[in-house]
Design a protein around this ligand. Structure first.
Ligand SMILES: [Zn+2]
Length: 455
């Protein structure tokens, strides 16, 4: 194969950074309303990606999925145990009133960081994977296993692209040994009392489900109200839900996380974490009381998000609704959660309708060579970090890949401070220049190491 001089230069860190910045400047913004999506930006991204990574596009077979998602096939020495590396092309919109310090699509460098939408979520990973592949190709590298790159264009709006990519892989009878998507990080300041950064690898995701509660009544003129109307019954239901939360339960990956964190924890915390399995009930109570974030670790949560009654001030509602958004913890199901809501509401006159059903993802194994490969590569590149499994709160496209692989992991190989993690989907999203380059090295080593990890 001809090695083009342009692609040799991507070996150079400065050149790699310039290509990353150029791709960040293309506003591939997703909207739930299809008409608001500017398709030309996605076309521009696809063609710019091809220009930035010529060897990748020469050696890997490209399949378009739906309109703008990409599935790239890199043939390895053997077709056995293929691996899927995922990332997404789209980004969430920018709130114009948010106080960004630097333009969100400027990809400017300040204080050693690149600033902009998509730096962390998720072009950092997408371009990181491509840079790693391009670099390996300049060396004539052939992976041991087939490597598939799956880049979705509508992750942020839960579009049909990821299920379509899964269907395409099924059609080709690809059964991935493991799948790696965004989520997790080298998380600094992740847990109070633990100094070391945690290399958190998501092994399950909570399921997102919405249930609509509806109460009906006669309605009528507001000058002659009768007791127990639809709004009153809905209000009572909302209060009952608030009072009857799901019982706390520490899932196995969280217990495993505590065990792995224990040796790195401050002295008072150490015995508690080290004996988490034995102290489970006490720990569950402590986490419940420690605030909304720790509480979300140990139970299925419910939030009443939308409320609706009558459209006019002087009209009694003939129908009132409340939407309950649930984040279902592994161990619960849409059916069991719906049963809990019905019991908590305790009012037969209120109807329940599951508007959106999302089950929690099955738990991927941690006592496993694939998990071990990810952990060992984390330890190699980030020697201060503690690799550990965890349960993700957010949803990723990888949940659809649990259909075709029992090993679906979510890990983004970048150091992130608490502020950086909070900037995702918010403002001032930025990534350290050296942190991005370390991430590129992580992906490179992961692909190289696939060869070392035969069963
Ligand atoms: Zn994302």
């Amino acid at each position: 194969m001809i090695v083009r001089t342009t692609s040799v230069r991507v070996v150079d860190d400065d050149e790699a950074l310039e290509r990353f910045r150029a791709l960040l400047r293309i506003p591939t913004v997703s909207h739930a309303v299809e008409e608001r999506i500017d398709a030309s930006r996605f076309d521009e991204f696809t063609s710019s990606l091809a220009e930035a990574f010529p060897l990748l596009h020469e050696h890997l077979e490209l399949h378009r999925v739906l309109d703008h998602s990409l599935l790239l096939h890199w043939r390895g020495r053997t077709g056995e145990r293929p691996v899927v590396l995922m990332a997404h092309i789209d980004v969430v919109p920018v709130d114009e009133s948010a106080p960004w310090q630097h333009p969100p699509f400027g990809a400017e460098i300040h204080d050693g960081s690149i600033w902009g939408r998509g730096t962390l979520d998720d072009k950092g990973s997408l371009v990181g994977i491509c840079t790693a592949v391009e670099r390996l190709l300049t060396q004539g590298f052939v992976p041991d296993h087939d490597v598939w790159l799956s880049f979705g264009a509508r992750e942020e709006v839960s579009g049909p692209d990821a299920p379509a990519a899964v269907e395409e892989l099924q059609r080709r009878e690809v059964e991935p040994w493991f799948v790696l998507d965004e989520g997790g990080a080298i998380a600094h300041e992740a847990f109070p009392g633990v100094e070391a950064p945690l290399g958190v690898i998501g092994v399950s995701e909570k399921g997102t489900t919405t249930i609509e509660l509806r109460a009906q009544g006669r309605g009528g003129h507001s000058s002659m109200p009768a007791p127990g109307g639809p709004t009153a019954r809905i209000a009572r239901a909302v209060v009952r839900l608030e009072k009857r939360q799901f019982a706390p339960r520490l899932p196995e990956p969280t217990l495993e996380m505590f065990a792995r964190m224990a040796p790195h924890a401050s002295l008072p915390l150490r015995p508690l974490l080290a004996n988490a399995r034995r102290l489970k009930p006490a720990l569950e109570r402590v986490l419940l009381a420690a605030g909304a974030e720790p509480a979300s670790l140990v139970r299925t949560t419910m939030a009443v998000t939308t409320l609706q009654g009558s459209p006019a001030h002087n009209v009694i509602a003939s129908s009132a609704t409340a939407a309950v958004n649930l984040r279902i913890l592994v161990g619960d199901t849409v059916a069991s959660a719906t049963a809990h809501v019905r019991k908590a509401v305790a009012d037969d006159s209120i109807s329940l309708r599951v508007v959106d059903a999302g089950e929690p993802s099955p738990v991927s194994p941690t006592d496993d060579p694939a998990f071990e490969l990810l952990s060992a590569t984390i330890s190699e590149i980030f020697d201060d970090a503690v690799p550990t499994p965890y349960v993700m709160m957010a949803a990723t496209d990888s949940r659809f890949f649990t259909e075709i692989s029992p090993r679906v992991y979510r890990f983004t190989p970048f150091r992130m401070s608490k502020a950086q993690r909070e900037s995702i989907h918010s403002y001032d999203e930025h990534i350290g220049v050296t942190d991005w380059l370390d991430g590129v090295r992580w992906y490179t080593r992961l692909i190289e190491r696939l060869a070392d990890d035969r069963d």
